[in-house]
Design a binder for this molecule. Structure first.
Ligand SMILES: C[C@H](N)C(=O)N[C@@H](Cc1c[nH]cn1)C(=O)O
Ligand SMILES: [Zn+2]
Ligand SMILES: [Zn+2]
Length: 477
């Protein structure tokens, strides 16, 4: 069953209204990783709840409890659950998304204010969260608005789960999903799950995603002196925390991307020719990567190696050092305490449970080799398991049909390099098929400066998600 023409026309007609609503969403600084913005994430959860209620969805807030940050208790933003329709003759589709965003400051290198949606003449909608993940969440809202205003029945029973902590480890969400998946819970009767929270490989070809990497995120704390020191007075007299930390961090990964922690890389099987062929067939080139990153610095010139690096291999990235001098000028300080941040993206069979002990053992051994009198501590920050879905399911068939109908193209089937920790929990707790149907392009710059969503991806992406619901209904008949 194709989506009705009136729905597709409605989306085109309302495009400017939808963009204004995205602008309102972007303006709420819902940065989950920074305690000073917690009230904004909570405000965003109210905004989302109100918006979905206004288009006829029964919504509730679910309290996720508190988290402890640097010894202080902090309220977690409530999850927003919604439902519309309970027709036993229809499939029940659960959609998940998140309304929190990564941090963003103009001084990071943004050309415009990150929390003011800038609409460029070339159609780019620039602002933090435009692509990850406020745009896609609002895509679902746009679809519901059509059905509500035009008094049309949805082709499926709709359930939604939106959270405000995805960018910070989805605290509290696994337990909620497990509870709500039980008989009598909000997700009872769900037949499949759809998540729109990742990206195409390039700027041309839509994708359907059947895998996500997991994640394990660490803080490596090295401290010594009771206070910051003058390097002219104490240099070459004391063990310097930053020197120790740099020595340790330099032993985690080499410049070719190989993970140096024993047994981490070799836990993963080597791809055979048949599997390499899958990556060969993708509409993906080194030029696509270069244009997305704005440089010619890929680890290999072999497209298959580069694609597998993102999709089926683990990676270790060094993110930053808290406590280090980083400002302008030339401060001659010896920082007393520094915290290195790094994470590992995981692929099956890796999980935080089997990887974290390897990391801990290695760090302890390497620190002992330094012979430093400083103190060193490794803290696990947050993590999630990898996930791979079953592409032979009707859920994928519906998404493929919808992609052909809206974009006139065969989608690429991809595994995503990023992580959405709750995905595996949905798959396991509900025992249903899960897929990812992204809206944004590979050059959207999620987590980066000048994040954008193209107007055409927002509008055609709304049509895609709506058409997908109609295709599910058609398959179910
Ligand atoms: C793929 C998704 N849009 C995303 O960006 N997920 C984040 C999740 C995360 C975990 N820690 C911090 N953020 C990601 O993959 O980094
Ligand atoms: Zn993200
Ligand atoms: Zn996201």
């Amino acid at each position: 069953m194709a989506a009705p023409k009136e729905f597709l026309d409605f989306v085109d007609t309302k495009a400017d209204f939808f963009i204004q609503r995205l602008s309102d969403a972007v303006a709420i600084k819902s940065v989950s990783g920074d305690p000073q913005y917690r009230s904004k994430v909570i405000e965003m959860s109210h905004w989302i709840k109100d918006q979905f209620s206004a288009v006829g969805v029964e919504t509730v807030h679910r309290d996720l409890g508190k988290q402890t940050v640097e010894g202080k208790e902090l309220q977690l933003p409530p999850a927003v659950l919604g439902r519309l329709g309970n027709d036993p003759g229809k499939k029940t589709v659960l959609v998940y998304g998140h309304f929190d965003v990564q941090p963003a400051n103009r001084s990071d290198g943004w050309d415009t204010e990150p929390f003011e949606l800038t609409v460029k003449e070339n159609g780019q909608l620039i602002g933090r969260g435009s692509s990850d993940d406020k745009g896609p969440v609002l895509g679902w809202l746009n679809i519901l608005q059509y059905h509500h205003e035009q008094k049309k029945e949805l082709p499926v029973n709709f359930r939604c789960c939106f959270e405000g902590m995805e960018e910070s480890g989805s605290e509290g969400l696994d337990a909620l999903v497990e509870r709500e998946s039980k008989p009598g819970g909000w997700f009872e009767g769900v037949d499949c799950v759809c998540i729109s929270d990742n990206y195409w490989l390039n700027t041309r070809t839509p994708v359907i995603t059947y895998g996500l990497r997991g994640l394990t995120y660490f803080k490596l704390i090295v401290e010594g002196p009771a206070r910051d020191l003058h390097s002219g007075v104490f240099g070459r007299m004391v063990h310097e925390p930053m020197t120790d930390l740099i020595a340790l961090m330099s032993k985690l990964v080499d410049v070719k991307g190989n993970i140096l922690i024993p047994d981490v890389d070799n836990m993963v099987s080597i791809a055979d020719d048949k599997e390499r062929e899958l990556y060969e067939r993708l509409d993906y080139s080194i030029a696509d990567v270069e244009s997305a990153i704005g440089s010619s610095t890929t680890l290999s010139s072999d497209k298959v190696e580069v694609a597998m690096g993102r999709m089926r291999m683990p990676s270790l990235s060094l993110h930053g050092i808290e406590g280090a001098f980083y400002g302008t000028g030339a401060k001659t300080v010896i920082p007393a305490k520094v915290i290195g941040k790094f994470s590992i993206r995981l692929v099956p069979p890796q999980t935080p449970d089997n990887i974290n002990p390897l990391v801990e053992k290695y760090i302890n051994e390497e620190f002992a080799k330094l012979g430093s009198k400083n103190k060193c501590k490794l803290e696990f920050e947050h993590g999630g398991k990898p996930w791979v879905g079953d592409i032979s399911h009707w859920n994928y068939e519906a998404a493929q049909r919808a992609t052909r109908a809206v974009y006139g193209k065969e989608p690429d089937m991809t595994r995503e390099g990023g992580s959405i920790p709750v995905t595996l929990t949905f798959a396991e707790s509900l025992g249903v098929n899960v897929l990812l149907l992204p809206m944004g392009r590979g050059d959207d710059g999620a987590h980066s400066t000048n994040e954008k969503l193209d107007r055409s991806n927002f509008i055609e992406g709304t049509k895609l998600l709506g058409t997908y619901l109609y295709e599910i209904a058609a398959i179910a008949k």
